[in-house]
Design a binder for this molecule. Structure first.
Ligand SMILES: Nc1ncnc2c1ncn2[C@@H]1O[C@H](COP(=O)(O)OP(=O)(O)OP(=O)(O)O)[C@@H](O)[C@H]1O
Length: 306
């Protein structure tokens, strides 16, 4: 388990962290989302002791990372995929990390295979694409077989196949009972991956929510209706739907489930050629949550609750 509480950090006049507080639970992928500059990387750097907070604390399994004897056995992290010695082979890069951390090289070939770099382990890492470097960074994070992982923007530079691969890996690591924290500035990247999301903005938490519950409450479920009947939209508006005009003969309905739309149209004898429901996405949830946070901030200055 990773927990941060009340983290504050300034860089000169820039407030990077302004009371950042959340926990990452075992057996879950927790997405850490927010726009550029929200404080995600700084939080992660504080967790591994690379930045010292002005206030607050960060704990890994209940202890500060720097106090752990073999920290990579407790937390594996990927903070900067570019941080490698370009002339070293991928395998030697991992061996060097393993030895410097007192881990021994026994797992090096295993983690190379796990991230799909088994065939290129003897190639110089300096020639790797960003996607391959991300994979190598993830391999390094896995070296200590840790119960917790923290990956900063691992989707960066990944091609579509790489994105699908990393989603599967994150799910697998969580299903093994590990606590997984993964940051992204794109909520959509975490779709079908994160169990929980922590949304940051300006150094603090805007929302800290279970994804399934979040999607159930988001009004993003929209229904597209196609009907040649001019009164179709009015009938649905009369039943409580909010109508957004679309292309010729089509419009979308908010506030009613697809089944309700069909029932209302049938009840009024309105013919239609299409009724299609769209599941709310994490992107919908993000927009709704951040909109609420903006309203909340406007009304009450101070920390924003989840
Ligand atoms: N070493 C530093 N010196 C000065 N300012 C810094 C430093 N590190 C971070 N900052 C500033 O702190 C704020 C938070 O940055 P941080 O990198 O943590 O955000 P982020 O959410 O990770 O953003 P991104 O998605 O761009 O990586 C930004 O305004 C950034 O410019």
């Amino acid at each position: 388990m990773i927990s941060v509480s009340g983290l504050r950090k300034r860089f000169g006049s820039t407030v990077a962290l302004d009371g950042m507080t959340f926990s990452v639970r075992p057996g879950q992928v927790t997405g850490f989302v927010g726009p550029n500059g929200a404080g995600k990387s700084t939080t992660m750097r504080v967790v591994v002791g690379l930045d010292a907070p002005d206030a607050g604390e960060a704990l890994v399994g209940g202890r500060p990372y720097r106090s752990l004897r073999h920290p990579m056995r407790h937390l594996g992290s990927l903070l900067d995929a570019a941080a490698l010695q370009p002339s070293r082979t991928a395998r030697n890069h991992l061996l060097w990390i393993a030895h410097s951390q007192g881990l021994g090289g026994g797992r090096v070939d295993e983690v190379l295979d796990q991230v799909g770099l088994g065939a290129v382990g003897r190639r110089r890492a300096g020639g790797f694409s960003l996607g391959m470097r991300q994979r190598l960074g993830i391999a390094a994070a896995l070296l200590g077989d840790p119960p917790a992982l923290m990956l900063d923007e691992p989707f960066n530079g990944m091609d579509p196949e790489g994105i699908i691969w990393i989603r599967g890996l994150l799910r697998e690591l969580a299903s093994q009972g590990r606590a997984v924290l993964v940051s992204s500035h794109l909520m959509g990247e975490l779709q079908d991956t994160a169990d929980h999301v922590v949304i940051a903005g300006r150094g603090r938490i805007i929302a800290d929510a279970n994804v399934a519950e979040l999607l159930a409450t988001v009004a993003g479920g929209r229904v597209t209706v196609r009907s040649a009947e001019p009164g179709a939209a009015a009938v649905l508006a009369g039943a409580g739907g909010s109508i957004t005009p679309g292309g010729t003969g089509a419009f979308t309905v908010g506030g009613l489930a697809a089944e309700e739309v069909v029932a209302v149209l049938n009840r009024h004898g309105v013919p239609f050629s299409e009724v299609a429901g769209h599941r709310a996405t994490l992107e919908d949830a993000y927009l709704e949550l951040t909109r609420d946070a903006v309203e909340y901030r406007a009304a009450t200055p101070g920390p924003v609750a989840s």
